[in-house]
Design a protein around this ligand. Structure first.
Ligand code: AMP
Ligand code: MG
Length: 404
């Protein structure tokens, strides 16, 4: 059996990111990956400005050991700068974000000042020259890299690009991902269920997970366990996509003719992994596409997606660096029985009890039981070598929100 980490490494070593790019308007760039760096076209902030409401003064005017009274010669608001210049003995009323007037070098916060009438203000001693200023370029200097190539564009990134006055961005093209289910027993919504049939869940979970990642999903439906049909559909899929995600057909007993088909169409490994749920995984290349043959059981296919496909897809999308999701260390609320030898992904919930984050296993853990996924908020991950774990043990918790 191959360890989870070794399979992840082998997958990464095989992949080549998609390099084609397109120009997209900023509002459509959410979740896309930058294909060129965003450079600041100007200093941010563009000018020295006030970090607080108060008075802009010249530090040289302030007596170090007693209050100083200055003449107020005007005011500066954000977007409405003071157009004159400070001379000795003067101050300008200033609001947060307003440009520092010529001649001023220090801001005295309003609450420290005593205003006698609108024309004079008294400043207490103890001010530091240059205090409460935001310097031009302190956020981003003109020409510096605001966002590097490979960055996934999230909420903050879109705001930053907008703040630079940039309306469209070069991003890698979307990954085209085929999703298909295999199995004589799998039915699609709208079909009546024949005896022994079940409705497809994997196409829905995988489509949703791929959509969250920003992939284009091509739904190839259900393919029967028939070598001829499988050959036609796999060939079609591999010719039309960057990635083909299948579910089912890789378990022992079922894998044989798929294995034979894959060796005709390309180069695919059929692994037995030290993971639970979901021991079997196929990975490789058929024609121009990467193939992920995920296990058929609905929870096992999601575990395999989270453990193997997700970061591989991020890498193929051009994301750089691909930082793996970091599980949170939490405390077990109850003992867990486990045999060493496989890394286990249990469905769990998280609660804060007396200030400690505590995890509990959520419901039945059969690899086909999807309802307990909906009652859980993440995976409790137990390392391959671990045996039984006592109440109070520290374990890793990976929130679903991070991986799906
Ligand atoms: P397999 O790997 O094809 O032997 O499938 C393992 C188990 O997962 C079987 O009980 C299948 O019925 C079930 N299964 C396979 N594909 C799906 C699917 N798309 N949706 C729901 N269950 C599935
Ligand atoms: Mg099957």
């Amino acid at each position: 059996m191959l360890s989870v980490a070794d399979a992840q490494t082998a997958i990464r070593a095989a992949l080549q990111p998609v390099m084609a790019w397109e120009l997209v308007p900023l509002p459509q760039a959410l979740n896309r990956i930058l294909a060129e760096p965003i450079l600041a076209p100007f200093n941010v902030p563009a000018h020295d400005n006030a970090a607080m409401d108060g008075y802009a003064v010249r530090a040289a005017d302030l007596a170090p050991d007693r209050p100083t009274t200055l003449t107020v010669i005007g005011s500066a608001f954000a977007g409405h700068p003071f157009t004159g210049a400070l001379t000795a003995g003067t101050a300008v009323r200033i609001m947060t974000g307003a440009e520092i007037p010529n001649g001023a070098d220090t801001i005295v916060p309003q609450e420290l000042c005593t205003v006698h009438d609108s024309a004079t203000v008294t400043i207490p001693p103890g001010q530091k020259a240059g205090q409460h200023l935001r310097r031009a370029g302190e956020d981003l200097a003109a020409g510096s890299v605001a966002l590097p190539v490979g960055r996934r564009l999230g909420v903050a990134e879109l705001g930053l690009i907008g703040s630079l006055g940039i309306g469209s961005v070069r991003v890698y093209r979307r990954l085209r991902c085929v999703v298909l289910s295999t199995g004589d027993e799998i039915a699609t919504i709208g079909e009546p269920l024949a005896p022994g049939q079940i409705y497809d869940s994997n196409r829905h979970t995988l489509t949703a997970a791929l959509t969250r990642l920003g992939c284009d999903v091509l739904d190839f439906g259900i393919v029967r366990d028939d070598p001829q049909q499988l050959r036609v559909r796999f060939t079609d899929a591999a010719e039309n996509a960057d990635v083909v995600l299948t579910s089912g057909g890789v378990s022992v007993g079922e894998a044989d003719f798929i294995r034979q088909l894959m060796s005709e169409l390309g180069a695919v490994h059929f692994w037995q992994l030290a993971i639970k749920p979901g021991r079997p995984l196929a990975f490789g290349r058929i024609k121009n596409a990467w193939l992920f043959g995920l296990p058929g059981n609905p929870v096992a296919s999601l575990v395999a997606f989270a453990a193997f496909a997700r970061d591989a897809l991020r890498y193929l999308q051009g994301e750089d660096p691909v930082t793996p999701a970091e599980p949170i260390p939490v405390t077990l609320a109850h003992p867990i029985r486990k045999k060493p030898g496989r890394q286990e992904y249990l469905r769990g919930t998280l609660a804060r009890e007396n200030g400690t984050l505590v995890a509990r296993v959520a419901g039945a853990q059969g690899s086909g039981i999807l309802s307990s996924m909906t009652r859980a908020s993440g995976f409790i991950i137990l390392p391959e070598e671990a045996g039984d774990l006592p109440e109070g043990a520290t374990v890793a918790f990976l929130p679903f929100a991070v991986v799906f």
